[in-house]
Ligand binder design. Structure first.
Ligand SMILES: Nc1nc2c(ncn2[C@@H]2O[C@H](COP(=O)(O)OP(=O)(O)OP(=O)(O)O)[C@@H](O)[C@H]2O)c(=O)[nH]1
Ligand SMILES: [Mg+2]
Length: 559
């Protein structure tokens, strides 16, 4: 979690309670930067583990003590959706239908979802929907549909780290065991009501759900828990929005946010028209119908216009980066991309390999703008090394799309260093998630070196297991420097090498040519001084070979 942990209070108010002392976000943020502690540091891990343990213990306790209660988790689990829906129908619960709560006080609902902001400037749409997610007191909710209890815990733990990265305070969390999410309220009805109690008890103002919610699910769940509900996608988009620094990055994130928002706006529009129908007799609906729909149409059109503009802007910003990339290609400087799950240590590794001072932070998505640095192999061959945006499980598709141009950096590389945090509880899951993104951006065919990082903190047993699964791997610690030599050696073997052998005689008056060859662009095999000039046997790339034609004594392919 974060450095404010020491200040944290634990009150054991009951099995569900996990309280933290409210802290100032600004203070926390500076502290984050100063101390660079992390969600993965053992103390924080153990605190998150505490929460998880409590959640699971509470679940178990509830299960055994209320075994006749129809709302208990097993009922949802064994009878699945049907029982959930039937229950809802029999009780006539509003929150559990596919209707979206128009039955409730409209003003309250609008306040809850803050849709009021939609009527003003378009910028406000993103402001309202995303920027205000910060500094909130959240309760997490996830469902455990497949895999082990540990997978479910890891997922919730990651959600907690994401929420903290977004500046929220995590108060509690619940996991429900179900075959599939409830189509109406995501969690089963009983669990959703328990969640409302937890929300009330902890004084949370937001629930964050560990999946992507359908617009109707979000509304229905909001109606039950009575506070704002955010899904994992919105949370990740929010983090990206907070972290993007370059103009291009900002534009990409805004585009992704609008893409996410558009169908949700439509959902709201539908609810408005249904509402008007339902309340027409009361007179209330009639007045709200026309303006409501018109405003939505207007907002939708504005959003589309804005999206078109963003796409155009992004397209216009692309050439600069592409020119740079084209230059590197023309000069045939090999390119190595560092990719991997967020917080795996990619920036730390870049710093290790190039002595660059790239921001390393114990936060998810510390890096959003790709950095490209020059690096040299131990035997003096130059290559470029680029740091990239971290990946995350179920990276919102809107983001993959928006960041496609950035991720192309990866797709264009000669070699990918796939950095893995070997000290993470589920490194295999992270590897799979990252490879999914490689597939999405068409980078799967590029030679990949698995870099098992954080060897200083990882379990040797896990490392052995990973090494076995991933033969082309190397164990390193960006922190201690362990294994870096070996990694450099592997990079050196993996990158395309200069392959044209030349025998050159360079007049002493052309000293600049000699010095150019004494650079990472060429590999010098021998150098002697003769009466007419410097005699050099070198290996260079084709483009340079052309320029050196005047000095050639004899040439041929490398041995
Ligand atoms: N113990 C240990 N910690 C490491 C090592 N390498 C990096 N870290 C820590 O892991 C955290 C994340 O490191 P970064 O280099 O920012 O990770 P990243 O992959 O660039 O992260 P994002 O840019 O956020 O996706 C920091 O707190 C680092 O200090 C390592 O070898 N051992
Ligand atoms: Mg980074």
């Amino acid at each position: 979690m974060s450095p404010r942990d020491p200040a944290r209070d634990h009150h054991d108010d009951g099995p569900d309670a996990y309280r933290v002392r409210p802290t100032d976000y600004a203070e926390q943020h500076t502290a984050d930067q100063e101390t660079m502690t992390h969600a993965s540091d053992p103390q924080n891990e153990s605190q998150i583990q505490d929460v998880i343990d409590r959640i699971l213990a509470a679940d178990a306790a509830r299960a055994s003590s209320h075994s006749t209660d129809a709302r208990q988790p097993e009922a949802d689990q064994s009878e699945g959706l049907l029982s959930g829906r039937a229950l809802a129908l029999s009780e006539g619960g509003h929150g559990h239908t596919d209707d979206d709560g128009e039955q409730y006080d409209l003003a309250a609902r609008q306040a809850l979802r803050r849709v009021g902001g939609l009527s003003t400037e378009l910028e406000d749409v993103t402001e309202v929907e995303y920027r205000q997610l910060r500094l909130e007191r959240v309760v997490l909710a996830g469902i455990w549909t497949e895999g082990t209890a540990e997978d479910a815990e890891n997922s919730l733990r990651e959600l907690a780290a994401l929420a903290e990265t977004a500046g929220s305070e995590v108060l509690d969390g619940v996991i429900q065991r179900r075959h599939t999410p409830d189509p109406a309220t995501f969690l089963g009805k009983g669990k959703a009501e328990e969640l409302r109690e937890i929300v009330a008890m902890t004084g949370a103002d937001t629930v964050v759900v560990d999946s992507e919610l359908a617009p109707s699910q979000r509304r229905a769940l909001e109606d039950v828990v009575r506070v704002k509900v955010i899904d994992r996608t919105a949370l990740i988009l929010d983090i990206f929005a907070q972290h993007a620094k370059s103009r291009e990055g900002k534009a990409q994130v805004e585009l992704a946010q609008l893409e996410y928002l558009l169908p949700r706006l439509r959902g709201w529009g539908e609810s408005m028209s249904r509402q008007a129908g339902g309340r027409a007799a009361g007179g209330e609906g009639i007045g709200s119908r026309g303006p409501g729909e018109t405003k939505i149409e207007l907002d939708r059109r504005r959003i589309r216009t804005r999206m078109a503009k963003l796409r155009k802007d992004i397209a216009a910003m692309k050439p600069a980066r592409e020119t740079k990339r084209a230059n590197r290609k023309r000069n045939q400087v090999p390119s190595v991309a560092i990719a991997g799950y967020t917080n795996a240590g990619k920036s730390s590794l870049l710093n290790r390999l190039t002595h660059a001072g790239v921001l390393v932070e114990n936060a998810l998505f510390a890096t959003l703008d790709p950095t490209v640095r020059k690096a040299v192999t131990p035997d003096g061959i130059g290559y470029t090394l680029s740091d990239t945006v971290g990946f995350v499980r179920s990276l919102p598709t809107q983001l993959v799309e928006a960041f496609r141009s950035t991720l192309e950096e990866v797709a264009d590389a000669d070699v990918i260093l796939h950095v893995v945090d070997a000290s993470h509880p589920d490194p295999e899951g992270q590897i799979a998630a990252v490879r999914q993104v490689f597939t999405d951006v068409d980078a799967r065919r590029i030679p990949e070196i698995i870099v098992l990082n954080k060897a200083d903190a990882a379990d040797p047993f896990v490392i052995a297991r990973l090494r076995q699964r991933e033969p082309r791997s190397v164990v390193v610690s960006a922190r201690t420097g362990e294994g870096i030599d070996q990694l450099e050696q592997m990079i050196s073997e993996a990158i395309p090498r200069p392959n044209v052998a030349l025998d050159l005689l360079i007049p002493f008056t052309h000293g600049e040519v000699v010095s150019r060859l004494h650079s990472p662009e060429a590999e010098i095999i021998s150098e002697t001084y003769e009466a007419e000039g410097t005699r050099l046997r070198v290996l260079v790339r084709e483009d340079i070979a052309d320029e050196l034609r005047p000095y050639i004594q004899g040439s041929g392919p490398a041995a």
